[in-house]
Design a protein around this ligand. Structure first.
Ligand code: IPE
Ligand code: IPE
Ligand code: MG
Length: 253
């Protein structure tokens, strides 16, 4: 009996992946990224933190298109946490402006690349201009069939669970009707599968309230470089690391 045929590469990134030893038929379906370290990257260079966020935005464009070409089906990135409002006012405003600008300027290239955009978080609490830009992005790309790219903005994992439970109560659920499925269906994006691989940059080994419900069985890969230094190669390395893991979901292999 022959080995199951590995997928043949159809573009440069897939070729690079195969050269590195990746099995294209076993890629993580959904990758989540905690893009951390923009501030440290800037501070180390004597630059304002916002310059770090700008560099991080450029990295995100590269990584999103690479993930799409590689064949990853879902990419979810933590762009602004529900706790990030605690930062100095000028950093918060700078981040909101940057995300608004990015959502506006990148829409054409995302659409051209068949990317479907989604958002997760308490979006009604962000500046209206950003809300409008996000809405336009989601509506324009809704029928695209490439990677599903979710921006987590004003997102908190606990807040998401609270919002789901509130909805459950509004729906008049009885205690017997409360189960994982009932809560899961009321999360922000019930149609998006749980992340298989969660990457955090800049070395910190914590979730910081990202996808708490959905990451129950995600494989965690923490990488040392700050987010502005992340790259296509680093994404491939994280996928390789993922493919070496044995996932058991509580069972026995
Ligand atoms: C991540 O980089 C980006 C956001 C949280 C928006 P940080 O700004 O947290 O960078 P560090 O952790 O201070 O280096
Ligand atoms: C998590 O990073 C949030 C984002 C990457 C958007 P933080 O930098 O806010 O997390 P902590 O404060 O180090 O836990
Ligand atoms: Mg940080």
């Amino acid at each position: 009996m022959s080995e199951p045929a590995e997928q043949t590469p159809t573009n440069e990134i897939q070729e690079q992946a195969v050269r590195l030893g990746l099995d294209l038929s076993r890629l993580p379906q959904h990758v989540g990224i905690i893009m951390d370290g923009n501030g440290r990257w800037a501070t180390q260079r004597g630059l304002p933190r916002l310059i770090g966020h700008r560099e991080g935005y450029k990295t995100l464009r590269t990584v999103l298109l690479a993930a799409n070409d590689l064949g990853i089906r879902y990419l979810t990135v933590y762009a602004f946490s529900a706790e990030n409002w605690r930062r100095p006012q000028d950093e918060v405003r700078g981040l909101m402006d940057l995300i608004t600008q990015a959502a506006t300027d990148e829409l054409r290239i995302m659409h051209q690349n068949n990317v479907r955009v989604l958002v997760a978080g308490r979006i009604h609490e962000v500046p209206e201009k950003l809300q409008r830009a996000l809405k336009k992005g989601v509506e324009t790309t809704r029928n695209n069939t490439g990677i599903t790219f979710t921006l987590a903005i004003n997102y908190g994992g606990r807040a998401e669970i609270v919002d789901a439970v509130k909805q459950l109560v509004r729906d008049g659920a009885s205690p017997e009707e409360v189960d994982e499925d009932a809560i899961g269906k009321r999360l922000y994006l019930p149609e998006v599968p749980d992340p298989d691989l969660l990457i955090r940059t800049a070395g910190e080994m914590r979730l910081s309230n990202f996808l708490l419900w959905q990451s129950a069985y995600s494989e965690l890969v923490v990488m040392p470089m700050p987010w502005p230094e992340f790259s296509t190669e680093a994404l491939l390395e994280a996928c390789l690391n993922f493919q070496r893991r044995v996932r058991k979901f509580g069972g026995v292999v």
